[in-house]
Design a protein around this ligand. Structure first.
Ligand code: OSB
Ligand code: MG
Length: 373
């Protein structure tokens, strides 16, 4: 197949509740919807997901837009695409910038699946149609409010709770939640807020039967994580550290973690994400799906991907209404009786809400084939 047109809609969706992490507070999710069209008129969709600030990872939405238009699209637009698995290799001249790569790679996977008359799940192993999911909660220093929020999440059917922590807000909220919810699958995420000198303090978390502690140390620090894992009974989960299969192998073989938070965008797309799932299965390393405040298109992809039996632990995969007042697809995803349903239909199995896109988005034509060449 050939790409004849590449378009984007720049969007800014205000969050229903501001989300505080160890590094700052997010009030609006800005992202681009990428739309690719082939010579038969089929379309594929992907989300460009970096945050506006370089605080979670180095990439920002602005840098990713430049990488995409100036460096990635020229590697793609004149080529015949036989299979989306090839795209990662074509992108090798561009170092890093995984989220820019993933936006277009995932859009092409969607296009490819539609062209073949298949659901995207067709390309994954052992998928389910209904998924138990988890919720990721920001810092809430009023512990009574925190307990109420968790009660509400549990009542809605979320089956696992992740709490953001930071120095000065860690043991107390965890202790309180454990007292109130003795059986709840609970975990914490520090987003790199701690240092190796905090190890004695972090070891206190072992007392609360946490499912895991996510990314306590710096984004590129496998040695300190290894050091901590050797002294900690609770599994360490890596998020920011893992950008590729190689990163995953290195972390695993060093003993820096026992679990991987896999985000399709953070590892450069579906092809690499699928390789990571295979590796984790072979090595019996736990792997589960994380989130980037995806809107309907990214969330659909996440649902399909997380439906693989290999990702048994409930992901950061909440209903759309928990993040946004309005979405960009016609049937935003909801939680029913504690489960989310994977869409059926071709490709991602969703329908874009064009009225919403035109109302909320700023249109850009990124590429159009010149037929007269
Ligand atoms: O619900 C989600 O989409 C994931 C929430 C989350 O924890 C998160 C959100 C934004 C940036 C980083 C992270 C993270 O997993 O560290
Ligand atoms: Mg994380």
């Amino acid at each position: 197949m050939r790409l004849t047109k590449i378009e984007s809609y720049c969007l800014r969706l205000p969050l229903v509740t501001p989300f505080e992490t160890s590094y700052g507070t997010l009030t609006t999710k800005a992202f681009d919807l990428i739309i690719v069209t082939d010579e038969l008129g089929n379309q594929g969709y992907g989300e460009l997901l970096p945050f506006e600030q370089p605080d979670y990872l180095e990439e920002t939405l602005a840098t990713a837009r430049i990488i995409l238009t100036d460096h990635l699209l020229p590697l793609l637009t004149d080529r015949l695409i036989e299979h989306p698995q090839k795209i990662n290799d074509w992108f090798l001249p561009v170092r890093g910038n995984q989220m820019a790569k993933a936006s277009i790679e995932t859009a092409i996977w969607d296009l490819y699946a539609k062209r073949q008359g298949k659901s995207i799940s067709h390309y994954f192993k052992k998928t389910r149609l209904q998924l138990p999911v988890g919720i990721s909660l920001g810092v809430e220093t009023n512990l009574n409010k925190l307990v109420t929020t968790v009660e509400q999440a549990v009542a809605k059917g979320y089956q696992r709770v992740k709490l953001k922590i930071k120095p000065g807000y860690d043991i107390e909220p965890v202790k309180r939640l454990r007292q109130q919810f003795p059986q709840l699958p609970l975990m914490v995420d520090a987003n790199s807020a701690y240092q190796v000198t905090d190890i004695p303090h972090l070891k206190k978390l072992d007392a609360y039967q946490l499912a895991m502690i996510e990314q306590p140390f710096a984004v590129n620090d496998l040695l300190d994580h290894r050091h901590l894992q050797q002294q900690l009974a609770t599994p360490i989960c890596l998020d920011e550290n893992i950008r590729s299969l190689k990163d995953c192998q290195l972390a695993d073989q060093l003993g820096s973690c026992r679990s991987i938070n896999l985000k399709i965008s953070r590892v450069g797309g579906l092809t690499e994400a699928l390789k990571i799932v295979d590796y984790c299965q072979q090595q019996q390393l736990m792997v589960w799906l994380g989130g980037m405040f995806e809107a309907g298109v990214g969330r659909a992809l996440n649902l399909h991907f997380a439906s693989q039996e290999a990702l048994a632990f409930p992901g950061d995969l909440s209903a759309s209404e928990r993040y946004f007042h309005e979405d960009i697809i016609t049937s935003p995803f909801s939680l029913v009786d504690g489960f989310m349903t994977v869409p059926t239909g071709l490709g991602l199995g969703i329908t874009l809400d064009w009225a919403q896109l035109n109302k909320l988005g700023r249109y850009r034509l990124l590429y159009q084939e010149n037929r007269h060449q």
